[in-house]
Design a protein around this ligand. Structure first.
Ligand SMILES: [Zn+2]
Length: 230
């Protein structure tokens, strides 16, 4: 079996197999050439391994950086979601609360002032009414009508028949009984009293009312035959 020279590729048909045998074509010692080539191959392999290791290291570094970036993104998204949630819950920043207050407080003050003014005007009107015959009389002819009606009916020996229309007051007239103490007399003639024979006759009536308080107080009533003078 021949031996191929690794330097010149010559094939030696009958090698001796001795330790220091040289190629008959180029003179290179077989073992020396093989050793050098082996060394060269080893260096190349080592270089390749180092290159691969460096590449692996680079890839690992890139993966690490990517993971860090992703974590930062998640953190940022969480923060944004938290802020959005807080906004929806109505956690207003201080300046918004303050500006809302600045706008609301004068408005509330204005409303309460207006309310106070309206109440004061109403109270003043009520006080003035107590000394105004037309105003107090109009008020009394409505407010005291039920009590005065009963006071008038109490004078009927038999039955009493009211002749006023639905929209007509039972007490269309009035005069002062005592202006200073807001007492007045309500006057009307819209009732008929029955006599012992079953006949009805027209009556005039008066009802004294104290209007100084919140509710009218009936002081007394009088009834007489006849009609009011128009
Ligand atoms: Zn050779």
């Amino acid at each position: 079996m021949g031996k191929t020279c690794l330097k010149c590729s010559h094939i030696n048909p009958a090698p001796s197999g001795k330790a220091m045998e040289a190629c008959p074509a180029c003179g290179a010692i077989y073992t020396k050439v093989e050793y050098v080539l082996a060394q060269r191959e080893q260096a190349r392999a080592a270089q390749q391994a180092a290159k691969e290791a460096a590449e692996a290291k680079q890839a690992q570094k890139a993966a690490k950086a990517q993971a860090a970036q992703k974590a930062a993104e998640v953190k940022r998204a969480n923060k944004a979601a938290k802020a959005e949630l807080a906004r929806k819950k109505g956690h207003l920043p201080t300046w918004q609360v303050l500006s809302a207050l600045a706008a609301t407080v004068p408005l509330m003050w204005w409303f309460s002032e207006r309310d106070f003014a309206a109440k004061t005007a109403k109270a003043r009107a009520a006080a003035e009414c107590k000394h105004d015959l037309q105003c107090l009389g109009d008020s009394a002819s409505i407010a005291a009508a039920p009590s005065c009606k009963r006071a008038v009916e109490a004078y009927a020996k038999y039955s009493a028949k009211w002749t006023d229309g639905a929209l007509e007051p039972k007490f269309p007239s009035f005069r002062w009984l005592d202006k200073q103490s807001s007492k007045l007399t309500l006057i009307g003639d819209h009732v008929q009293f029955q006599n012992g024979f079953g006949a009805y006759s027209n009556m005039v009536y008066e009802c004294d009312v104290d209007m100084s308080g919140n509710l009218p107080v009936v002081l007394g009533a009088r009834v007489a035959h006849g009609r009011m003078l128009e």
